[in-house]
Design a protein around this ligand. Sequence first.
Ligand code: UDP
Length: 460
Amino acid sequence: IGGHTTTATADRRRRVLFFPLPYQGHINPMFQLAGLLHLRGFSVTVFHTDFNAPDKSRHPAYDFVPVPVRGCLPKGSSDALQVTVERILAVNRACEAPFRERLASLLAREDVACLVADAHLLTLLDVARGLGVPTLVLRTGSAACLRMFAAFPALCDKGYQPAQESQLETPVTELPPYRVRDLPSTTSACHGVISEVISRLVTAVTTSSGLILNTMDALECGELASLRRDFGVPVFDIGPLHMLSPAASSSLLLQDRGCLEWLDAQAPASVLYVSFGSLASMSAAELVETAWGIANSGYTFLWVLRPGLVRGSQTSEAAPPLPDGFDAATRGRGMVVSWAPQEEVLAHPAVGAFWTHCGWNSTLESLCAGVPVIARPCFGDQMGNARYVDHVWRTGLTLDGVLERGEVEAAVAALMAPGEPGDGLRRRARELESSAADCMTKDGSSCTNVDKLVDHILTL
Ligand code: UDP
């Protein structure tokens, strides 16, 4: 034990600092990256806000530095996109002074190699650079999305955004396969704040000493090449982080692991998994259509009914109520949980298809598990991810327009039933699963890039 400790101490003189944006889809990849770099011998300090704070007890080897933001964040509203982007700006403002003070005091004690911060935290990256700390950026979305963000001001100048309803199907000829409807939804009053958040993100990347992306060459070869050409900073595509990293779960909500046992009792590829991630929401009427669409399909399902999923519900603490008669109609062929261990669920052989909102982590997790999807994006980068799923990777079908039970039923059947289109979607999903696995072999692109990233950090 003594020898082991000595080696560990010698290896761990250099410390990498991490600062995730406090949302589930950003916290997970940041902790996975921390796990990967910890495995390579770096010490880890995680700065985090007291809003959506991580559970320290799951990461006993890391140091944690809380930064207070509570009371400085805008309250929730019915527009999830607007409140999310406003909170991103508020987190930057609220953290600036306390982060500077905490970082300066840490620098007096520790040998810091660099800060890896979420691409949304430009102000904090600037603070670190001001104190002489090299910075790397983790962008938790796809390479395609980042390329679109970089082009966003020019696309707005050309009149693609803010968009009228009649423009939605127009192809964005400068950026195939995007259509206007796949760009961040800026038909609303929040076009200004979205543009600001996007432009800050691109600045955060271009002023950093390197960009880390949770994606891989096999999925986004052309998009990555274009970022390498246009951004002028080293780009490390090291995904899928959830499969390469030894990180413990960083789930903010308690995952109901009972559903894994329930899945054990189901036939292979027989279960539809339904989850809309941590932020997407729906109206009470859409919940009813979703429920009856799933019930009427006749397929077995596992549904994550997250508290707060329904807009305007009385309480965000309790799961929204299901329509009368739903339990009786689906008895014996369904399970509803409030939060699931999603990576394990998607990797379970009983899961045959995934109805998702197409957050980037969910998209990547489904691709790496070879599971075809029904894509129903809500906002932000989700429409672009759905477009790639539907049109480029062809591992899923998009369910758009007004949510209606008959359409849901048809989409579920299209994916789950034998024959086309389900067979083709399943085949391509399995092909991509295998390409993703190739990226993760010792000489694969992602593993090679992790080596390059470690070398790069040591030269900073
Ligand atoms: N997730 C989970 N349990 C669930 C639903 C989601 O652990 O029941 C995880 C999922 O594995 C993913 C993250 O939450 O890593 C959601 O990120 P994503 O980018 O898909 O969507 P977001 O929540 O940011 O919209």
